[in-house]
Design a protein around this ligand. Sequence first.
Ligand code: TTP
Ligand code: MG
Length: 406
Amino acid sequence: MARQIMHIDLDAFFVSVEQALNPELRGKPVVVGGRPDRRGVVASASYEARRFGLHAGMPLTTAYRLCPQAVFIEGSFSKYRDASQRFMNILADFSPYLEPLSLDEAYLDVTGFESIYGSIHQMAVAIKQRIRNELGLCASIGIASCKVVAKVASELSKPDGLLEVAAGGERSFLAPLPIAKLPGIGKKTERVLDGLGITTIGELSIMPLDALKSHFGASGEILRRFANGIDDRKVEPPAAAKSISRETTFGRDTRDRSWLKATLRYLGERVGSELRQRGKQARCVTLKLRYADFTTITRSHTLSQPSHTDQAIFDTGAKLLKRELTQGKQPIRLIGIGVSNLVEPGRQLDMLDTSAQRLEQLNRAIDRIRNKYGFTAIQTGRTLPLKDIFPPTDNGYTLHTPSLSR
Ligand code: TTP
Ligand code: MG
């Protein structure tokens, strides 16, 4: 029997959350991403703004030139995280087979659920209704027998869409669409295919397998299957992440040690707070650096005791950094820090040590204050250089590039 899979994606997510909270923004061109005179790009544009050609990833200065009357909002990640949580909770009420893909997007396996709702189409209508009533947000839903087709369908149906592809009709549904619509085809793959004269998914679906493999290796075979509407991937709940990391690219390449350390400390605090929030400790700390010529290195160190304090993460990262800097390479373009080999906190011999105990309490106290008043409510000494450069928001500093990558 064919499976029935939904792909649900919220429309203009960041912007729509702002519009739900502030009715004055509704029906207007709105951009979340920052003030138009700043370096930075559009994160989300309302559909009204898209009519002027605005889209995610466009520099804010270009967006302003095309649509000066748009309302530009800095945005606040904590609002979006809350809305996302409530969105996922609604979906989980409909089916236990839920796979979140990003903050505003998920797959739901609803095979066999038509008897409850009359039809899967009716079920999707009910999901959209609840999201609208409870969150004031608009969702677009694609329904199909597999993930890849459901995703293409939801995208195609936007905004406020609902599109069902009948079992057996997958191939003919995909065939006329441009290749860029197929998940897995990025700019690079698109260029190569374009060079081969392949512009539609239908043309891709009948390309000889050997030719695809010679250009794209093993992923050539997957592309061909997707293009034919064949995708056996199950809807799976996400595995608990095995590592936590934060990184950022600087506005300008640098060798300035105090600046590098300030950034490392800040990113380390972001990692530490998530680690404690997850109730885990880490055995391993990893530093990542990308030099001006894009050479990228990672250096790891295993701790003698698992830890979740900001101090242990930073001290380890700083030692690794010092070792790299003394080798006097080129200026640094990107810095990142991460923890891995996560374990449940065990009883620590260290806890007999009062200074370790005090450090633990200090970290807890900082977390409590930050949870209540925002991340920059407390700034540790070493991160202060950042304060003069980056605007603090309730979710920390807005760096040149987000520190949120995992
Ligand atoms: P998307 O679902 O790709 O975009 P969207 O929800 O704004 O618009 P739509 O789905 O209707 O096309 O991404 C979800 C959110 O993720 C988006 O609101 C903002 C954030 N985001 C970024 O921060 N940067 C980006 O480059 C993209 C694409 C999204
Ligand atoms: Mg979306």
